[in-house]
Design a binder for this molecule. Structure first.
Ligand SMILES: [Zn+2]
Length: 304
């Protein structure tokens, strides 16, 4: 039998797997007692779960990624040694070996010059021979798997450049939507927000003016209310939301007794004794002594 190894796939997995070692080591900078809680390696794709009681901040993620990429660029050798478990313990700090191993172990180290290894793991996987072969690593996702387990998903090798290209295309598309240039997106969004706020204020001013001028023409021969506003009879008022009309009536008529209502039964009673009027006419509704609003078709009977 002849085993055929797809070299392209194999290297893509080796890059992702070796990057996992670097990532694991670098996470230790932020969570010194962290442990691996799961790992998945695919072609230039890695998913690494680790114990931690908090998520990394945006700034920490950036620092983590920079540290890993810095070590990738340093062309650090990845060394695999097969040793007996006893021998390994004698060679390396005991802290690295929490589980009990009986037979020979494969110790994989990545060393930064003469210093202690920046990464040391017992691992049976396949690795690139030096970190530069990883190319680059880009974190694309970070989140919680459980309260004490966090996850990082990352790309390595050519996928990093493809990812950058995809993001760049998105930015160009966004810029086109905004009728702007990629370099000016933020300023353009700020400008749009400012314009929207100004338009909304202008609209509110126009509404106030229009509603108020309509309200000014209204009166009532009712024995309780000074003003009756039957919105259903005033075509021009129907452009506005009912609650906006009520709000403007409240401001404009100040201490007058006013009833605003429409044929759907929405109503608002404004002014002194509004609540007692509602009670006398069995109108449902909440509010205060001087303001009652609700929806009750009974309001139409009251003024019939
Ligand atoms: Zn490994």
């Amino acid at each position: 039998m002849k085993a055929i190894v797809n070299l392209k796939q194999r290297h893509a997995k080796m890059r992702a797997h070796t990057a996992t070692h670097l990532l694991h080591a670098a996470i230790g900078k932020f969570f010194p007692h962290t442990k691996q809680a799961g790992s998945l390696v695919d072609e230039d794709y890695l998913r690494f779960d680790f114990t931690a009681d908090a998520l990394l901040t945006q700034a920490q993620l950036k620092e983590l990624e920079e540290l890993v990429n810095h070590r990738i660029a340093l062309v650090l050798p990845v060394v695999t040694q097969v040793q007996s478990y006893e021998e390994a313990i004698a060679w390396w700090a005991k802290a690295f070996f929490e589980d009990k191993y009986d037979d020979d172990v494969r110790v994989v180290t990545i060393k930064d010059g003469v210093h202690a290894p920046i990464s040391l793991e017992l691992c049976g996987g396949t690795h690139v021979e030096n970190t530069a072969h990883i190319g680059a690593m880009k974190i694309i996702e970070h989140g919680s798997v459980a309260s004490w387990v966090k996850r990082i998903v990352a790309y390595t090798g050519p996928k990093v450049a493809n990812h950058a290209l995809m993001l760049q295309e998105k930015i160009y598309a966004i810029a086109a939507h905004l009728e702007s240039k990629p370099a000016h997106i933020e300023q353009k969004i700020e400008k749009n927000k400012k314009e929207k706020k100004e338009l909304s204020e202008e609209l509110s001013r126009l509404q106030t003016g229009q509603i108020t001028s309509l309200l000014a023409t209204m009166s009532s021969s009712h024995d309780f209310f000074d003003v009756l506003v039957d919105v259903s009879k005033e075509q021009a008022l129907q452009w506005f939301p009912f609650k906006t009309i009520v709000q403007k009536a409240k401001e404009y008529f100040a201490d007058k007794k006013v009833c605003v209502y429409n044929k759907e039964g929405n109503f608002a009673l404004l002014g002194v004794d509004a609540k007692s009027f509602a009670q006398q006419h069995s109108l449902k509704g909440g509010g205060s002594d001087t303001f009652v609003q609700w929806r009750d078709l009974q309001i139409i009977e009251v003024f019939w």
